[in-house]
Design a protein around this ligand. Structure first.
Ligand code: UGA
Length: 436
């Protein structure tokens, strides 16, 4: 099939590369000429395990190409819109200007029977507006508009795309459903459920899924706070409740709060949609508020671990990205944590395997280091802010000898108290007993 992807950002690039790998002929269109040129040379501008290899292989086999010009849409059977929908400055609504601009631009070029598919996360009703624009600009054509939200995670994007839990197809039109079934046909071997629903339902499924996952995280984070007060262990509480299939064990890791390009933005946009319709979602409101307060509040843990003050002290922060296996620092909990520590008079040294370049503009006062041990040099505490694999098995002896004093604040619960006791560290975790 001929597929065009509008937008070569995270979702567009991963989806485009995977569709090409399925055997389709894919053109990814992006306005950024430098990015397009780099991609055509096989250079991938984002850090995502396996993506560079996938892009390279499919470019070489001439199933995947990149273009600045939208002309490629004219012979595409399916045109996916995967442009950004950032939070609109000021009000938290999703900014849909990139989506509508793209639709206006491609409208005159589309084949009369093309199917336009939104993969971008867009509020309920966006598909209706896209349809309105297309009807206005192309009264001659019968272009169907489908919602096909994407559920992939950064850091596991290709695996998630190729082994989805479900594929949600939002359209009532039988012809459009058949086109989407054909696009995803190569996945039939893995037999993911194809879930056909109305377009508005599909749009809402995406937001409800992210809001529910965010709810699990804020829930367990509040339970972690309670565990600290009553002397319980949140990891065991999470396992204990997760063994109940109705609850499920995933997304119950307590930590410094959720970040990234999706949960904070999507919970905010969902709240705006709900308010506009006079249906406040009070649980989601609380989820967002709990998370916002939590990130900066993590600095209090560091202060407590250092007997009440970080003024004049050096803190080593390991991990700046919002989670491992990405270079993305958007809404990363490490950023408000570090600014809070700096506001309290601490000097911060930091190391991240992939996110330091992205963090620099937000954290100009930080001393960036070459590895975890270098960051720990002269530090009064090491804070683990992101659970990168390489921070899970640190040489604790080496770390301790680099530090001014042996204190670890483990905001991702990657270590056990007994190993910290043996290594003679003061150890503070999240929702679990530490070592004094
Ligand atoms: C999230 C969803 O998981 C994807 O299904 C969705 O497609 C994507 O948003 C999107 O809408 O595009 P992502 O933002 O890449 O994916 O990352 P997650 O793995 O979901 O993690 C989000 C944040 O929650 C991270 O800061 C992570 O550290 C935190 N988290 C996650 C926890 O604190 N505890 C957990 O148990 C799980």
């Amino acid at each position: 099939m001929r597929v065009t992807m509008i937008g070569a950002g995270y979702v567009g690039l991963v989806s485009g590369a995977c569709f090409a790998d399925f055997g389709h002929h894919v053109t990814c269109v992006d306005k950024d000429a430098r990015k397009v040129a780099a991609l055509n040379r096989g250079e991938v501008p984002i850090f995502e395990p396996g993506l560079a290899e996938l892009v390279d292989a499919n470019v070489r086999q001439q199933r995947l190409q990149f273009a600045v010009d939208t002309a490629a849409v004219n012979d595409a059977e399916a045109v996916f819109i995967a442009v950004g929908t950032p939070s609109r400055r000021g009000d938290g609504h999703a900014d849909l200007s990139f989506v509508y601009d793209a639709v206006r631009e491609i409208a005159p070029l589309l084949a009369a029977t093309a199917v336009v598919v939104t993969k971008s996360t867009v509020p309920v009703g966006t598909g209706d507006e896209i349809e309105r624009i297309l009807r206005e600009k192309r009264p001659d054509a019968d272009i169907q508009v489908v919602s096909n939200p994407e559920f992939l995670r950064e850091g596991a994007a290709i695996q998630d795309f190729k082994h989805p839990d479900r594929i949600v197809i939002g359209t009532a039109d039988a012809g459009a459903r058949a086109v989407l079934a054909e696009v995803y046909r190569p996945l039939y071997l893995n037999a993911p459920p194809m879930f056909y629903v109305s377009r508005r339902t599909a749009e809402l499924i995406k937001y409800a899924a992210n809001a529910f996952l965010a709810t699990k995280i804020s829930f367990i984070n509040e339970v972690a706070d309670l565990c600290e007060q009553v002397g319980a262990d949140v990891n065991e509480v999470a396992r204990g409740i997760g063994m109940d299939n109705r609850i499920g064990g995933k997304f119950l890791h307590a930590g410094p709060g959720f970040g990234g390009s999706c949960f904070p933005k999507d919970t905010s946009a969902l709240l705006k949609t709900a308010q506009d319709h006079g249906v406040p979602l009070r649980i989601v409101e609380a989820v967002a508020a709990v998370n916002d307060q939590r990130k900066r509040a993590m600095s209090r843990k560091v202060v407590a671990a250092l007997d009440g003050s970080v003024r004049g002290k050096t803190i080593a922060v390991l991990g700046l990205t919002f989670k491992p296996n990405t270079d993305d620092t958007r809404d990363s909990p490490a950023i408000p944590l570090i600014t809070a520590l700096e506001d309290l008079g601490a000097k911060v040294r930091a190391y991240d395997p992939a996110g330091m370049e992205q963090a620099k503009p937000h954290l100009p006062g930080v001393q960036y280091c070459g590895n975890a041990y270098d960051a720990a040099e002269g530090a009064h505490a090491v804070v683990i802010a992101t659970e990168w694999e390489q921070f899970r098995a640190l040489d604790l002896g080496r770390l301790r000898s680099a530090m001014a004093q042996p204190v670890i604040v483990d905001l991702r619960n990657v270590y056990r108290a007994d190993e910290m006791r043996r290594a003679q560290f003061r150890y503070v975790a999240v929702g679990r007993p530490g070592v004094d």
